[in-house]
Ligand binder design. Structure first.
Ligand code: PAF
Length: 284
């Protein structure tokens, strides 16, 4: 595996491979890699000849009071995991390499699906994500890019951006990897102390409670959410949002939407966790 930290260097490596008609896959990450990230790399290997992973903690997607400075940076361990997974190139650019003019630069804004849920709770977050992902797409020019479904709204937003801006890139969304107790894997789980870690699966359980209620035919979304919120909060979480949405558009789900996703964000102490569960209702 080759590790590079400039745009020029990665372009130089990829150009001849592209000329040889090799398919290139991109796996963008912010590092502190866990089994979820590694599953993205392994999936990418099924779609392409060459896998390029990137590790960049993107300042543009963090709000002023968020965890940019404390976000875990574990480059040496990450490199070993990528090497073991069969990754070919790793790009680890500096902030100056990605943002040579500072934050005063062109941004990409995807309207609609970024306006609610995490978009409402974290103003500017998705513009930061879509701007850096656009840059990575232009640097690497991959045939395919792989993202985790844990960040469901991010994936929906990137799919819309790719459609709207005609990027010739296939987007693959991969199922969330979970710990044995069903907690979604996340770099932010590392912030939890032992007591919080024990409580953390309650977020998944609240989403599961909503999913089961919907599958059992309960119609009132308000009641279903209220009950799940009670369970979540009695487990020690403070709810940021719990919502039932259309799985494709993320618009509010009507009572006859068939493909749904239940999304939640909640704080455990200072740590904000997100998770989601998709489901299909068999309409009669
Ligand atoms: O999902 C992430 O880790 C980040 O949001 C991404 C896609 C790498 C952009 O910084």
């Amino acid at each position: 595996m080759k590790t590079l930290n400039t745009i020029k260097a990665i372009r130089k490596e990829l150009h001849p491979l592209r000329m040889e008609k090799k398919r290139i896959a991109l796996v963008p990450t912010m590092g502190n890699l866990h089994a979820g990230h590694i599953s993205l790399v392994k999936e990418a290997l099924n779609y392409a000849d060459v896998v390029v992973s990137t590790i960049f903690v993107n300042p543009m997607q963090f709000g002023p009071n968020e965890d940019l400075d404390s976000y875990p940076r574990t480059l040496e361990a990450d490199k070993q995991k990528l090497l073991d997974a069969g990754n070919h190139f790793l790009l680890t650019p500096s902030v100056e390499e990605i943002y040579p003019s500072g934050m005063d630069q062109t941004t990409v804004h995807v309207p609609g699906c970024t306006e609610y849920l995490c978009g409402e709770k974290r103003p500017g977050h998705f513009d930061g994500v879509t701007t850096v992902v656009t840059k990575l797409f232009n640097m690497i020019q991959p045939d395919v890019a792989v993202f985790g479904q844990k960040d469901y709204q991010q994936l929906t937003t990137i799919r819309k951006m790719v459609r709207d801006l005609c990027f010739p890139i296939e987007i693959i969304g991969l199922e969330t990897c979970r710990e044995a107790d069903k907690l979604a894997m996340s770099s932010r789980n590392g912030y939890l102390d032992k007591e919080e870690r024990n409580k953390a699966p309650a977020l998944y359980q609240a989403l599961e409670q909503i999913k089961l209620a919907l599958l059992s035919g309960e119609k009132s979304h308000t009641t279903i959410i209220k009950n799940a919120q009670q369970s979540l909060e009695s487990a020690g979480f403070s709810t940021d949002y719990l919502e039932i949405r259309d799985a494709d558009t993320l618009e509010c789900a009507s009572t006859d939407s068939a493909r749904l996703v239940v999304l939640g964000a909640a704080f455990l102490g200072k740590t904000r966790l997100i998770d989601n569960l998709a489901l299909e209702l068999n309409q009669k």
